[in-house]
Design a binder for this molecule. Structure first.
Ligand SMILES: Cc1ncc(COP(=O)(O)O)c(C=O)c1O
Length: 372
């Protein structure tokens, strides 16, 4: 399995929460696709459509969606969130609940509804002991939607999706989950958390190229989202170009207006096949083992941990601060030593994946020690 990640020997890659390296099979699939395009063009397009069909199956399996027909392939997470935000029939005075400190894509899109009289209410995550309760406290009769990230991008805090989903269900609220920091790292069950919408781009924990995202919309809600983009591909009889009447496709393809990102589809298909072969239970237990090791090392080196320690709150992200150190400067130093990581949430964010060897985590802290 580890030959799937032939990263340069002099590099420690702890940045899957930003942009991940591709596995070998993804590089191979994309190289083959490029060769094929160069030598035969799109002669075998039906085969590409088969890869696309199978990718929807893989993604449905990954999130436990009832059907592959519930999955649309969009450009990125921001686009998926925008499809939801722009598609709902808001009324002035409606409100949306979310957390303070969400990634900008999961805030700006809701703020953009301000000119339609929709209010965004942000719950604090400072009291990480019970963030869901902070969210519930903001609810009132005009709340229509709850929008959260499954895992917070800066601290790695894992939100209790089941609890929020149950709350939404009891009050008939829509539930939108930005799963980009969770899918490919932790198991995900759309049924368990009653999510109505799930969005995640492929370039982080899913180990795929940028620019292709999964968008799940609960089948019963499809007709309720007003479409924003139109074209030949999103109609029921796509391919019958001489037809003049049209209806949106009955499935999630209605959210895809034109030609698909076939290059991205081949990449994401290969990457997700690897995760499914491994099994998400195995992937996530390896990731959580890394997280434990990183937390132990943080303590051993006397650093200030900014990620939650409680087991049920952990994810693949560990963020910490080095007391008395300028984080931006330290980050530049680490990067110059080929320790690939990020500066987020006033700290250094490490995010190894399941294949990262424990010795590299140990070594990362030695390098850190040399840099301060
Ligand atoms: C929680 C979260 N949502 C959304 C995004 C951005 O996603 P995209 O570029 O696919 O729109 C990121 C990227 O870091 C993220 O961490």
């Amino acid at each position: 399995m580890f030959q799937e990640f032939p990263l340069q020997d002099d590099l420690i890659y702890l940045n899957h929460a930003a942009v991940a390296p591709w596995p070998r099979r993804t590089c191979d699939a994309i190289t083959r696709f490029a060769e094929e395009n160069m030598t035969r063009g799109a002669r075998d397009y039906p085969h590409w459509l088969e890869v696309e069909r199978q990718l929807r199956e893989f993604l449905a399996q990954l999130i436990g969606a009832p059907s592959p027909l519930d999955i649309a392939l969009l450009k990125n997470t921001s686009e998926g969130l925008s499809v939801v935000a722009a598609g709902i029939d808001w009324h002035p005075g409606d409100n949306i609940l979310s957390f303070a400190g969400e990634f900008p894509s999961n805030r700006i899109v809701w703020e953009s509804l301000g000119d339609r009289g929709v209010d965004l209410r942000l719950a604090s995550l400072d009291d990480a002991a019970d963030p869901e309760q902070n969210l519930f406290d903001l609810w009132d009769e005009r709340t229509r939607l709850v929008a959260v990230s499954a895992v917070q991008y800066a601290s790695g805090l894992r939100v209790d999706l089941e609890r929020i989903g149950a709350f939404c269900r009891e009050r008939d609220l829509l539930f939108c989950v930005d799963a980009i920091q969770s899918l490919g790292a932790l198991p995900f069950a759309v049924g368990g958390c009653h999510a109505d919408f799930v969005v995640a781009d492929g370039h982080k924990w899913l180990l795929a190229p940028e620019g292709l995202a999964l968008f799940y919309c609960r089948a019963e809600l499809r007709d309720k989202l007003r479409l924003q983009q139109y074209g030949w591909h999103m109609v029921e009889a796509a391919g019958d170009f001489s037809r003049t009447e049209w209806r949106p496709a009955p499935n999630a393809v209605r959210f895809e207006c034109g030609s698909p990102n076939m290059l991205g589809i081949h990449g994401l298909h290969a990457s997700v096949s690897l995760l499914l072969e491994m099994g998400m239970q195995q992937v996530s237990s390896a990731i959580l083992k890394n997280t434990s090791q990183l937390m132990d090392l943080t303590e051993k080196y006397g650093l200030e941990l900014l990620s939650p320690k409680a087991r049920q709150r952990r994810s693949g992200i560990v963020t910490f601060r080095v007391p008395g150190q300028d984080t931006a400067l330290l980050h530049r130093r680490l990067m110059s030593r080929n320790l690939i990581c990020a500066a987020r949430g006033n700290g250094i964010r490490f995010s190894p994946h399941f294949y990262t060897p424990p010795e590299q985590l140990q070594r990362a802290f030695e390098i850190l020690g040399e840099c301060v």
